[in-house]
Design a binder for this molecule. Structure first.
Ligand SMILES: [Zn+2]
Length: 84
């Protein structure tokens, strides 16, 4: 489990094919919630928005290293639409 602290600069990459915002902080790439554009945290029931604790799909709790993410982009596994 990776803990993201607000002090670290966050880069927004854009939206993925599922229209979810993708952010990067401290070498870790992760999905932001639709409701609050916050990171996802684990709860006893699964995954939830870190800001409002609304439940989100477990798949949104995934994270990647910068290298894994770059490889995914390079190989076409993931695609990003830059944030308007
Ligand atoms: Zn929320």
């Amino acid at each position: 489990m990776v803990r993201i602290t607000p002090a670290q600069p966050v880069t927004i990459h854009g939206r993925d094919a599922h229209d979810r915002l993708i952010a990067e902080s401290d070498g870790i790439v992760y999905v932001l919630t639709d409701c609050c554009e916050a990171s996802v945290t684990g709860t006893v029931d699964g995954a939830a928005c870190r800001a409002c604790y609304r439940p989100v799909p477990d798949s949104m709790g995934m994270a990647w290293t910068s290298a894994e993410w770059a490889e995914g982009i390079r190989s076409g596994v993931v695609s990003i639409t830059p944030r308007a």
